[in-house]
Design a protein around this ligand. Structure first.
Ligand code: ARG
Length: 272
């Protein structure tokens, strides 16, 4: 995780930022600490990267690299190629952090001029308990970026399934898709192209569709971890789904980060 020391909403990179009220920085700091404590309560050890002045979105630690375990590289990262230059500047800090901790770097050397973008775990989400990765594209990561990633993952034994995102509100896969366990996923169907939905139907035993209203409150940005589902909002419908999947809701308010278009999933990257 990255402390929100320099976090603010400065420009519009996604629809949530369009109408955003000013960030309450003290509240943001308290919410970030509460989220870190929630991870700790769920049994997760948290590490931090030092925030960098002027990198106002660096707090969204999900985006700068993809973290993987492969056949060729047991612990590796794939550096992102971010759509916005302001966020591209975050990437070297994360690459250095992982390099210092012994992760191999699988650099795709993506070419922004050729339209190759890849935004880490914002769009690349692992299927629990398998070496499969679901890869959203359309708004931030591009199809060409995802295709290059898929080819590079073949020798690692990682199978990548592209999913086409079609609604600008759900600009990253992690805004509309949350695996709950190996069989069940929470998703907002309206965010996906028909053939992508079909691919998911063929794979997941239980597809739990949420309403647009719940999706806009970032329920699909929740994180299922050790029997908990950490999220900023639960509706009665979501409570039923979580009960069926034997997950305990763990609520944390992320209102200040939602102004930038992010919530729980966006604010961390899992090392394992
Ligand atoms: N303001 C940030 C951006 O647009 C939010 C990123 C949220 N992260 C995520 N994984 N969805 O780029």
């Amino acid at each position: 995780m990255c402390p929100p020391t320099y976090y603010t909403v400065r420009d519009v990179k996604n629809p949530f930022m369009q109408s955003a009220q000013a960030v309450d920085h003290d509240l943001a700091a308290r919410q970030w600490t509460a989220l870190r404590d929630a991870f700790t309560r769920a049994g997760v050890t948290t590490l931090t990267i030092d925030p960098v002045e002027d990198l106002e979105d660096m707090v969204f630690a999900a985006n700068q690299v993809f973290v993987g375990k492969g056949a060729r590289h047991p612990r590796f990262i794939v550096p992102s190629r971010m759509r916005y230059p302001s966020r591209e500047r975050e990437v070297p800090y994360y690459v250095a952090w992982f390099g210092e901790r012994g992760f191999d770097v699988v650099d795709l050397e993506l070419d922004a001029n050729a339209g190759e973008f890849l935004e880490g775990h914002g769009d690349l989400i692992a299927h629990p308990g398998s070496s499969r990765v679901w890869a959203g594209h359309g708004f931030r990561s591009s199809k060409t970026g995802v295709d290059r990633f898929a080819r590079a993952m073949e020798p690692e034994g990682i199978r990548v399934t592209p999913l086409a995102l079609i609604d600008p509100t759900f600009y990253h896969l992690d805004t509309c898709f949350a695996p709950l366990n190996a069989d069940a996923v929470l998703l907002y169907p309206g965010a996906f192209a028909a053939e992508s939905l079909e691919l998911m139907r063929q794979t997941w035993t239980r597809l739990h569709a949420v309403t647009r209203a719940d999706a806009e409150r970032f329920v699909c940005n929740g994180v299922a971890v050790s029997g908990h589902f950490i999220a900023s909002h639960v509706s009665p419908q979501l409570e039923d789904i979580l009960a069926r999947e034997q997950l305990q809701p763990l609520l944390v308010d992320t209102s200040e980060f939602e102004k930038a278009g992010g919530s729980v999933f966006c604010m961390k990257t899992f090392l394992d």
